[in-house]
Write a protein that binds this ligand. Sequence first.
Ligand SMILES: NC(=O)c1ccc[n+]([C@@H]2O[C@H](COP(=O)([O-])OP(=O)(O)OC[C@H]3O[C@@H](n4cnc5c(N)ncnc54)[C@H](O)[C@@H]3O)[C@@H](O)[C@H]2O)c1
Length: 254
Amino acid sequence: MLLKGKRALVMGVANEQSLAWSIAKKLNEEGVAVALSYAGDNHEKRVRPLGESIDSPLIEKCNVDNDSEIDNLFKNVKERLKSIDILIHSIAYAPLEELSKRTVDTSRSGFRTTLETSVFSFLATVKQAEKIMNNGGTVLTLTNYGSERVIPRYNIMGIAKSALESAVRYTSIDLGEKKITVNAISAGPVKTLSASGISNFRSFLEMVEEKSPLHENITGDDVGMMATFLCGPGGRHITGSTFHVDSGVHIVGA
Ligand SMILES: NC(=O)c1ccc[n+]([C@@H]2O[C@H](COP(=O)([O-])OP(=O)(O)OC[C@H]3O[C@@H](n4cnc5c(N)ncnc54)[C@H](O)[C@@H]3O)[C@@H](O)[C@H]2O)c1
C-alpha cells in the first residue's frame, strides 16, 4: 500500500458516480483514512453508507457557500484526525439556466454563484487545510477542458474552470513554502450527477470515442488512479499544474 498511514479529506461526494467517490475509493485502497464531506442533508442517505463502506473516520455535511460550515468541518477534521495529508476539492455548481443561454447573457447573480461555489470554495478550503497539514501534503481539484477551449453549453462553468486552474497556480506558490503540492486533474466526460445538467452531454462522450487518440471514454477509476499517483511519492515534486485524464482528446484540433 503506497499511501499507508496517510489521512485525507475528500469534499464533493454526492453519490457512487461522483468523481470524489472514485478518488476516495482508490485512496482508501492504498491505505488512506478518508474523511468525507457532502453538500446538504439530501445527500446524506447516499454518502453515509459509502463512507461507512471504507470506514471513514468522519462523514460530515459542509455547504461550501457557508463560511461557518467550512470552519466547523475543519475543526471537526482536526479533532478527529489531528492532521491531514491530502485535500480533494471536487465541487462545482452553476445554475442550470446559465448553461442554456449565450455566455454573454450570463446574469450577475449566476456569475457570482458559479464562481463562488466552484472557485472561491477552493481558496477557502485550501486555506483551512494548510493549517492542519503539518508534514507537507497534497491538494487536488477537478477541472475540465472547457477552461481552455469552448465547449458548447459549458458557458460560465468554462470561465470558472479557467479561474480555478489559475487559483491552482497561485496557491501552489503560497503552499510550496510548506512543501504542499497543489494540482488539478482535467477529466474527460464521465456521467455523474453534475454532468447530467449539461444538455448535450452525450455528444461529449461520443466525441471522445470518435476523435480522441485512444478512442475510448475514461472512467472515474482513471481519475482515482491519477489522484493516487499525485498523492504518492511520484507526485512529490509536481505542483501548480493541470493534468488531462481524457484519452488525449484535448490535443485534437479538427
Ligand atoms: N463528470 C465530468 O464529466 C467531469 C469532467 C471534468 C471535471 N469534472 C469536475 O469534477 C468535479 C466533481 O463533479 P462530478 O462530475 O463528480 O459530479 P458530482 O455531482 O458527483 O459532484 C459535484 C459535487 O459538488 C457538490 N457541490 C455543489 N455545490 C456545493 C456546495 N455549495 N457545497 C458543497 N458541495 C457542493 C455536489 O454536492 C457534488 O457532490 C466538479 O468540479 C466537476 O466540474 C467533472
